[in-house]
Design a protein around this ligand. Structure first.
Ligand code: MIG
Length: 838
């Protein structure tokens, strides 16, 4: 394994070249010489022959596009964009002596004639939101383009996707150039993904800018200058979308509308996941699952890393290690465990050996030996699906199979072929696909320089790597998703990807690549998740325990205290790292980890409701406090705590040996999840946190839906379904539980159930209003339990005006008082009910 450690070292030294945006050599576009109005906006002509188009997509969304010293090209296309058929809202254009003004009901775009400067203002107040510091700039020689915006003295920045950086990006400088960067740490930039979208915050109000350009892009958010924030690209068009909030949640909704909503993954993806590089042979993989069950630790997903294949040949099985993959996945299924396999983009370059004939086992080539003739290579070569250089030679990189070729996913037929190849896995019972190495990584050169003359079909544009590198991962995930949807139309695909571009959330989920088994990296995962969430990507996770290096019991335990509330909770480790499955450091740590994994499963109704909200609204599950408390300046760079949805606040311990920490609680009342103690927010408090405790607070006014403990998703129905009610100061609380079958796409046709529960004060007691559920999903007969968490004691309970019996047993319909609060249990008949605690 020496060579792997060595190659890791070289990768690391390659990846930290942050480059300032030098505006010095750039030329501004000329002043306005004329303009024409179109149905959806205004096209400006400039004195130097440049054109700028300002289009109105929605009252709060405007697109600015510029073409330098020439007219716009015919083709207007981006792989990031999901929605192009916007219904233009009412807008008007007016002229003043020095400017032309485009006005919608929310936004005013003031375009100065000379210099050509764009300013965005709030249409209602006239207040400036964001303004050009200089006209749009170009470098006529290098084709670089740039924009510079005035930097507010108290302006803060959020977003930019997967960045190894803190939450607030003010004064930071970043690049987008998808790169394989194992052992990255805070400051390493760029890393695997490119999401050129950020939000600016000033005085509680936010706007967004999506610079939709897939070339290498640069963001300088006030590092080079105290006066401007700039963004630039090495080629392509100046093309950005401006979003006006002022609410970040509203911006995220629009961003999701523009670049695509995350479809719901199967519910089991929220279960606990275990991975390592690599579990083989089959007996070892089975033993891992066996140990999980022996140790009474929940598990939903097991991963196979690159060793399940024949010599790393994609879409094959090494039958010496996995003699019968179908019977293997069947065995796992019986234990409630699904298998996810890795699929890299590098196809082994293997022209058939002389005299070799294609193996006869044509229906299942994945199980036949492929060492003489490899069906995937043969088919791709024959159909001309592999990427070529400008000179027509096939681009050959080097990855795990040795010399490898890559698919041009911009070719529809190639993309479809790739998707269909997944039959080799799906037919053998594989439940999900893990896309790795899709920056794309090449061991010979991780910078992409060796690939610059690689050409993509790109809808007939025949563009090069400079334009396509950043979208490679997105296109691979798209091919994968569409393939899985064709192969299993009745199942929701589960895909995770390492690389991606803006919009990939509509195809896949993600994890943050090769982190380290260090306290620093665990702490860094929090702003990374928060930032991905603020960039349109809700389903995120990191390798729990760390991928590279050596964890210990304390680190692993604390890591699970973050991971148990992360959308993807997956323990993973490198080939030559030390074992760190949950039981590996002994019973003391294992018992604590079990407590958190079990709590995760109990919280599944809440987590699922919150992830559905993320898909529907674009507002992520894993949030910085800022997203929920946008006016609260104490949250501007608070990234060692997080919220799950709007209701749970978590402040994990992120340093060794600590058993207490300071926690910031925003305005309002908070309930310590463990003790039930009520605390008034708007302040910092010190909280005790011995190893078995992660500081966790429930927002007063919330209702947390919970189910039973489980070994895996679907083992038990949510029966009883419990609503833990935490009334606020006025005795009020509310939630809207979301449920569906958890596996099929039927929810898109309305086969879901949304149950609204609201609580109000009534006399000395409480009244619970359970709405008639919305949607056609029927969860079957079950009980509902409502628990009021307060010091209140009930004297009697009425359901729909009829007195309910008091019971000693919690398993029968009725009510009883608790040490703190009271509980009632009723049968869920799918109808509205009113419950009064008196
Ligand atoms: O060059 O497949 O990020 O999760 O275990 C390393 C082996 C390739 C990188 C992934 C990691 C995976 C590993 N892969």
């Amino acid at each position: 394994m020496k060579n792997i450690a060595l190659s890791l070292c070289c990768f690391i030294s390659l990846c930290c070249s942050v480059e300032a945006i030098d505006l010095g050599g750039l030329v501004s576009i000329g002043p306005i010489s004329g303009y024409t109005s179109t149905r959806s906006g205004v096209v400006f002509s400039c004195s130097d022959g440049s054109q700028v188009q300002v289009s109105v997509l929605a009252p709060d969304l405007v697109r600015v596009r510029a073409s330098y010293r020439k007219a716009f090209p015919q083709r207007d296309h981006s792989w990031a964009i999901d929605k192009t058929d916007w219904v233009t809202p009412d807008w008007k254009v007016t002229q003043a002596a020095d400017s032309i003004v485009i006005t919608t009901s929310e936004l005013q775009v003031v375009v100065r004639r000379s210099l050509f400067l764009v300013e965005f203002r709030d249409a209602k107040t006239g207040k400036s939101i964001n303004a050009d510091a200089r006209p749009i700039m170009f470098d006529p020689i290098s084709a670089r383009i740039a924009a510079a915006k005035k930097l507010g003295f108290e302006e803060h920045f959020y977003g930019l996707g997967e960045k190894a950086a803190r939450l607030d990006k003010r004064r930071g400088q970043f690049q987008m150039w998808n790169s394989d960067t194992p052992a990255y740490k805070e400051g390493t930039d760029p890393i695997y993904q490119a999401i050129p979208f950020y939000m600016g915050w000033q005085g509680g109000e936010a706007y967004g800018i999506f610079f939709d350009n897939s070339y290498r892009t640069y963001f300088d958010l006030g590092q080079s200058s105290q006066e401007y924030a700039a963004f630039a690209a090495d080629g392509g068009e100046m093309n950005y979308y401006f979003f006006w909030g002022p609410s970040m949640k509203k911006i995220l909704g629009r961003y999701a509308e523009l670049t695509g909503h995350m479809p719901l993954p199967p519910m089991w993806a929220l279960g606990n996941q275990q991975c390592r590089w690599s579990y083989y042979p089959q007996a070892v993989a089975e033993e891992v699952v066996h140990q999980y069950r022996e140790h009474d630790l929940p598990l939903d997903v097991l991963y196979l890393d690159i060793h399940y294949m024949q010599g790393y040949r994609l879409f094959t099985w090494d039958t010496t290690r996995y003699p019968n993959p179908k019977s293997f996945t069947d065995k796992l299924k019986q234990q409630g465990v699904k298998l996810v396999t890795i699929v890299d983009p590098g196809v082994k370059y293997q022209p058939p050996a002389s005299g070799a004939t294609e193996k006869t086992n044509a229906a299942n080539p994945e199980l036949a030996p492929q060492d003489k003739s490899y069906y995937v290579y043969n088919q791709g070569a024959e159909k001309n699906y592999f990427l070529k250089r400008k000179d027509g030679s096939v681009y050959i990189g080097k990855v795990w199979p040795g010399e490898s070729v890559y698919v041009d996913y911009t070719l529809e037929a190639a993309s479809r072929w790739w998707g269909d190849l997944h039959r080799a896995l799906i037919d053998n019972g594989v439940a999900g696909i893990w896309n790795d190495m899709n920056e794309p990584s090449d061991f010979i050169d991780q910078t992409g320089k060796r690939q610059m003359d690689v050409v993509n079909f790109d809808e007939g544009e025949y563009s090069t790597h400079a334009k396509n590198r950043n979208v490679f991962g997105l296109l691979m995930a798209r091919a994968t998703r569409e393939g899985l949807e064709r192969l299993q139309p009745d199942k929701r695909p589960y895909i995770i990807t390492r690389a991606g571009y803006a919009g990939y959330q509509r195809y896949t989920t993600t994890w943050t690549g090769d982190n380290n088994s260090t306290w620093d990296d665990m702490a860094l995962s929090i702003p990374m998740f928060q930032t991905l969430g603020l960039s349109g990507v809700p389903f995120v996770g990191t390798d729990v325990g760390g991928f590279i290096g050596r964890a210990d019991g304390e680190l692993l335990t604390r890591w699970y205290q973050v991971g148990f509330l992360t959308p993807m909770c997956r323990n993973h480790m490198q080939i030559d790292s030390y074992d760190h499955e949950p039981w590996r450091f002994g019973k003391y740590y294992e018992d604590i980890i079990r407590k958190y994994l079990k709590l995760r499963y109990r919280l599944l109704p809440f987590l699922y409701t919150t992830i559905e909200e993320a898909g529907r609204t674009g507002v992520p599950l894993f949030r910085p406090l800022l997203l929920n408390y946008q006016q609260d300046t104490n949250t501007l760079n608070l990234d060692d705590q997080f919220m799950v949805g709007s209701d749970l606040l978590v402040a994990p311990i992120l340093k060794r040996d600590l058993t207490s920490r300071m926690v910031y609680l925003p305005q309002g009342t908070w309930i310590d999840y463990w003790t039930g103690k009520r605390i008034t927010g708007g302040t910092m408090i010190r909280v005790e946190a011995p190893l078995e405790t992660v500081p966790m607070f429930v927002r007063a006014g919330s209702i947390i839906p919970m189910g039973p403990e489980m070994n895996y998703v679907g083992e038990k129905r949510a029966d009883p379904l419990m609503f833990a009610i935490y009334p606020d100061e006025n005795g009020e609380a509310a939630t809207a539980l979301y449920e569906d079958d958890g596996v099929s796409p039927a929810y898109k046709q309305g086969v879901f159930r949304r149950t609204r529960v609201s609580v109000t004060k009534s006399g000395n007691g409480f009244q619970i209003n359970l709405s008639a559920p919305e949607g056609s999903y029927n969860p079957g007969s079950r009980s509902l339990v409502f628990v009021i968490a307060s010091t209140f004691k009930a004297n009697r309970v009425l359901v729909d005006g009829q007195p309910l019996a008091q019971t000693a047993s919690e398993t029968k319909p009725g009510w009883h008082n608790l040490g703190d609060g009271a509980a009632v249990r009723i049968t869920d008949d799918g109808k509205a009910h009113q419950i009064e605690f008196r």
